[in-house]
Design a protein around this ligand. Structure first.
Ligand SMILES: *[C@@H]1O[C@H](CO)[C@@H](O)[C@H](O)[C@H]1NC(C)=O
Ligand SMILES: *[C@@H]1O[C@H](CO)[C@@H](O)[C@H](O)[C@H]1NC(C)=O
Ligand SMILES: *[C@@H]1O[C@H](CO)[C@@H](O)[C@H](O)[C@H]1NC(C)=O
Ligand SMILES: *[C@@H]1O[C@H](CO)[C@@H](O)[C@H](O)[C@H]1NC(C)=O
Ligand SMILES: *[C@@H]1O[C@H](CO)[C@@H](O)[C@H](O)[C@H]1NC(C)=O
Ligand SMILES: *[C@@H]1O[C@H](CO)[C@@H](O)[C@H](O)[C@H]1NC(C)=O
Length: 473
């Protein structure tokens, strides 16, 4: 179906281009009112276009609490606007307005203690604002509805990888389509968001010519897909794609999304490669954790980390190839050094990767070819404090989670001082970080069937927050 539609790709692209010019112009209107007169005169049809506003951060008046559910990236940039055509279902918008108010109210509660409710245990220290998160999560469970487009065919649409490094992509698509979850609706009129269930990893497998570095066929596929759903249904045009989302864990997810300018600039892109200097926009995009499953499973050693207080003889551990911009620096300083910092390019045959993680206090997680690393989630499972070594990486769920409660971030320029930095972490601080890891683990676990607060729900909650930040109509 997709292939036969390819002929008119260029026409669609130019139509989309016009649409993006309109957006630029209207955005310009907000800040700069000069010189827009002729534009308005020439395009009366566009005048009716209402504005999508990003809501302000909950409880902004409470200093210290102001980050609430949302992170500082959100609160600082809330004035930007995008456009939307036509009015959406007003009742649905009214409900969302009530939800926003409820979350703001919860965010203002200054009680950070552990929340017990319906057997939920939320350990306050790992959340930016536990009350706001809990309220937002409950509202999501109660109300959030996702429509999944049925267009597109196997193998590229309605499927994705479940046994490799890009598992998060396939597992989400499968769960959304086949899982027995409460979020999918078959009635698109009742939906808050619209999911496009294509797999970039499968595009790479089926459409990409190896070694060409030519991603055009991938972009064309995406362009076709958006064209088809936007012609057949009214929803894309209503919001210019702002309430639509895609999910990709492949390194090329971001570049593939360039196949449609609105998808790239306006839609919610859920991406492992959440590189903020390559167009990842935390206001609207979602950082997806990279979870490496071997043959579809978490390595069994990681399922049972050693007892909390058992000794970990190694200070820090890394083993992996010299990929991307950061690892060469790490290996240059620490590889083959006789030191507590165990850094390998190739792990010697007599050593086991996961045993090493389980026996290390800190696990080094440098970016590779892309910003995300499966080591972060493996370290969480292994209760080995992740040491994040990356530039421009927007960490998963950082709009609700306090990463500083369970990980350490070391600036790339500080890599030469790594040992000193890790040695200076006190025993109390280390215990606190490890308790944080125990508490946060549930948010990074893939379950089948899904469980409350697990990674599926956290991803969906990130999308829910982006949708809440969109005021349509
Ligand atoms: C953001 O919007 C508010 C009112 O909605 C206004 O007072 C404020 O000056 C704006 N900030 C910026 C940076 O435009
Ligand atoms: C804080 O929350 C806990 C648990 O929900 C509750 O037991 C306690 O009374 C609250 N404290 C205040 C000051 O509201
Ligand atoms: C949405 O807009 C595109 C381009 O502007 C147009 O080709 C398409 O027919 C529209 N879709 C619907 C359902 O009207
Ligand atoms: C996103 O929008 C900017 C202008 O705001 C434009 O220059 C850019 O080409 C757009 N990105 C894509 C992938 O179309
Ligand atoms: C670990 O040891 C500390 C004291 O060294 C103790 O307070 C704590 O309860 C222990 N934690 C666990 C989970 O056994
Ligand atoms: C993130 O993006 C910047 C800008 O394109 C690039 O220089 C950097 O290498 C990227 N990071 C990774 C790990 O790919």
């Amino acid at each position: 179906m997709m292939k036969s539609d390819k002929v008119s790709v260029s026409i669609v692209l130019s139509a989309v281009f016009v649409a993006s010019i309109v957006i630029v112009f209207v955005l310009g209107c907000v800040s700069d009112k000069s010189g827009i007169g002729s534009f308005y005169v020439n395009s009366e049809k566009e005048i009716k276009i209402p504005v999508v506003q990003l809501i302000t951060t909950p409880a902004r008046t409470h200093i210290g609490e102001s980050r609430a559910v949302l992170s500082s990236e959100f609160s600082s940039k809330f004035n930007s606007t995008a456009i939307v055509t036509k009015r959406k279902n007003n009742k649905l918008e009214q409900v969302l307005a009530n939800v926003r108010a409820a979350i703001r109210k919860a965010a203002s509660i200054k009680n950070k203690s552990v929340i017990f409710k319906n057997n939920d245990l939320l350990s306050g220290q790992i959340y930016r604002n536990p009350n706001a998160f809990y309220r937002s999560y409950e509202e999501m469970e109660r109300r959030f509805k996702v429509y999944v487009y049925e267009e597109g065919e196997l193998p590229i649409v309605h499927d994705g990888p479940c046994k490799d490094i890009y598992t998060s992509e396939g597992r989400f698509i499968h769960e959304m389509e086949q899982g027995n979850n409460r979020f999918r609706t078959r009635n698109p009129e009742a939906a808050h968001v619209y999911f496009m269930p294509f797999s970039v990893t499968w595009m790479v497998k089926y459409l990409y010519q190896p070694n060409t570095y030519n991603v055009t066929p991938l972009k064309e596929f995406v362009s076709d897909y958006v064209r088809i759903i936007s012609r057949k249904h009214s929803f894309w045009n209503k919001t210019q794609g702002a309430d639509h989302f895609m999910v990709s864990c492949h390194d090329w997810g971001p570049v593939t999304s360039q196949g449609n300018a609105l998808l790239y600039n306006t839609s919610i892109r859920v991406l492992c490669n959440a590189n903020s200097s390559e167009g990842f926009n935390p206001k609207k995009d979602v950082s997806l954790p990279e979870i490496h499953l071997y043959g579809g499973k978490v390595p069994s050693k990681l399922l049972h980390p050693p007892p909390f207080n058992s000794s970990r003889p190694h200070l820090a551990f890394f083993a992996g190839g010299v990929h991307g911009p950061i690892r060469p620096i790490l290996l240059e300083h620490w590889k083959d050094r006789v030191s507590d910092i165990s850094v390998y390019e190739y792990l010697p045959k007599d050593l086991d990767y996961y045993d090493f993680m389980l026996q290390s206090r800190f696990c080094l997680c440098p970016s590779g070819y892309e910003v995300a690393s499966p080591r972060i989630v493996e370290a969480i499972y292994a209760e080995c404090i992740p040491v994040i070594l990356s530039d421009h990486y927007v960490l998963p769920f950082s709009d609700v989670l306090r990463w500083e409660a369970f990980s350490i971030q070391v600036d790339v320029s500080e890599i030469p001082r790594l040992k000193e930095i890790l040695m200076s972490v006190s025993e109390d601080e280390y215990t606190r970080l490890k308790e944080g890891l125990r508490a946060v683990r549930r948010h990074f676990v893939l379950n089948k069937p899904v469980k409350r607060f697990d990674v599926f729900h956290m991803i969906l909650h990130s999308v829910w927050l982006r949708r809440l930040n969109l005021r349509v109509g």
